[in-house]
Design a protein around this ligand. Structure first.
Ligand SMILES: [Zn+2]
Length: 176
């Protein structure tokens, strides 16, 4: 029953693990060193589906536009897939995909080490994303996917426009 009362959660800069190689600079040696210790890998895995800074920014902006949504919610419980923002009445499910974990074509850089571990992992994530989108779409949901690198304000505007349009379609015109 968490009808999201956002945005009280403070942005934690340390959570921005969207692309670990982004801060590695031009040094190949530093780029190859990330996630090579069990502790770092554990942190990254733990953060995968947790709140990230880009997602929080989008949520705040959407909230500021007066829209309410559920956070980390299953649009279709039987599908066991969790969307980042869910607008139940308009039937809109939003995913803010981390550039690293979801293999963003602009920002995903294959790590120099542990390739045999990461390559199939990222590939599976992408397959799963496509499956999720297809399954929700066929269940009557409008699915929006955005990369975490996108401008949060613009993403929020697109979300709001879609939610309002879908809400009107459903015949439950809010406030008219
Ligand atoms: Zn990206």
């Amino acid at each position: 029953m968490s009808q999201a009362e956002e945005p009280t959660a403070r942005s934690r800069a340390a959570d921005d693990v969207g692309n670990p190689t982004a801060t590695a600079g031009s040094s190949p040696s530093s780029a190859s060193s990330w996630a090579t210790t069990p502790a770092i890998r554990k942190t990254m895995l733990g953060n995968r589906s947790r709140d990230t800074a880009p997602e929080l920014k989008v949520r705040r902006a959407v909230h500021a536009m007066g829209l309410r949504y559920r956070v980390a919610y299953r649009p279709e419980p039987s599908l066991r897939r969790t969307a980042d923002l869910v607008f139940t009445r308009a039937r809109v499910a939003v995913f803010i995909d981390g550039c690293y974990w979801h293999g963003c074509p602009e920002h995903y850089i294959e790590p120099a080490s542990n390739v045999e571990y990461w390559r199939p992992k990222i590939a599976r994530n992408r397959e799963r994303d496509a499956e999720t989108t297809a399954a929700l779409t066929s269940a009557g949901w409008r699915v929006l996917r955005h990369w975490s690198h996108e401008d949060p304000a613009r993403v929020a505007e697109q979300i709001a426009a879609t939610v309002r349009a879908e809400g009107l379609k459903g015949g439950r015109s809010p406030g008219r």
